[in-house]
Write a protein that binds this ligand. Structure first.
Ligand code: FPP
Length: 259
């Protein structure tokens, strides 16, 4: 499959519009703790089962002709969890890449880990950089893992980078518009998400892709993330396909009716 060259977008009309299959799906992988609790297991085992659900979802997304998948693995707010749980969450990328990076590389998946590197161990940063480098030539499917990521932090970082460009004399304040700003975000290389899915019954974004979510459809599902599989993704995409995306405009029939 050829690469689709995308410029960063503000989520405005255009990309993904009019297609029943979303180009870019984003998922808040929520419910690991509750899944473990229901089974009398430690939360760590819920997170490990969450890695298995991620593997199933990557395969299912590619199978359903999605091209971009962005998943929320660790938020800038998750540092406030107990140290033992943070340590378990920090171990997940290593666990995932050790078992799956060869297959991801072989199957044409390009992996990117978006989020702040500060706070991550040198070993983890090396593992992340290795996984990214190993799959950098791929363009069949794009997997973004948001890790130590927060939408507000990313917007603040983007604003700081633009301010630094201005301070260095490489840009003027009047240059700034939505497109230029989006180029400073961690998601600059991806189209905006068409749909953001949150399983587990919670109905909020929790600081995920705040800028990019401008015109994303939101789909909430009553399944805990470790139980998530192809059938749940398929159901979410069917819900998406039935939505009427207007991007702030009106549909043609209504224009005629307004006459
Ligand atoms: C939120 O559920 C989930 C997380 C904080 C971690 C999500 C991570 C994974 C599913 C695996 C990620 C894999 C990689 C490779 C990074 P929760 O624990 O808050 O669940 P709860 O709301 O039921 O307590």
């Amino acid at each position: 499959m050829a690469a689709q060259k995308k410029t960063p977008s503000t989520g405005a009309p255009g990309e993904g519009e009019g297609t029943a299959t979303p180009l870019h799906v984003a998922v808040v992988m929520d419910g690991n703790g509750r899944w473990a609790k229901q089974r009398g297991l430690p939360r760590s085992l819920g997170h490990r089962a969450g890695v298995d659900a991620l593997k199933r979802t990557v395969s299912a997304a590619a199978e359903l002709n999605v091209r971009w998948l962005t998943v929320f693995g660790f938020s800038t707010e998750n540092w406030s969890r107990p140290a033992a749980e943070v340590a378990e969450l920090m171990a997940l990328p290593k666990r995932y890449f050790e078992s799956d990076i060869a297959r991801l590389e072989r199957e044409g998946v390009r992996v990117r880990v978006i989020g702040r590197r500060e706070g991550l161990s040198d070993e983890l940063v090396k593992i992340i950089e290795g996984a990214q480098a190993r799959t950098a030539h791929n363009d069949r499917f794009f997997l973004n893992i948001a890790f130590n990521y927060g939408g507000q932090a990313d917007i603040a970082d983007a604003a700081r980078r633009f301010a630094e460009e201005v301070a260095a004399g490489r840009a003027k304040p009047s240059d700034l518009n939505e497109q230029l700003f989006a180029r400073q975000l961690a998601t600059a290389d991806s189209p905006p998400p068409d749909v953001i899915i949150r399983p587990s019954g919670e109905q909020r974004l929790s600081n995920f892709l705040l800028w990019e979510a401008a015109y994303a459809e939101l789909v909430f599902q009553d399944v805990l993330w470790p139980d998530y599989g192809a059938e749940h993704l398929k159901a979410a995409l069917q819900t998406f396909a039935a939505r009427d995306r207007r991007y702030g405009a009106v549909v043609a029939d209504d224009v005629l009716a307004a006459g």
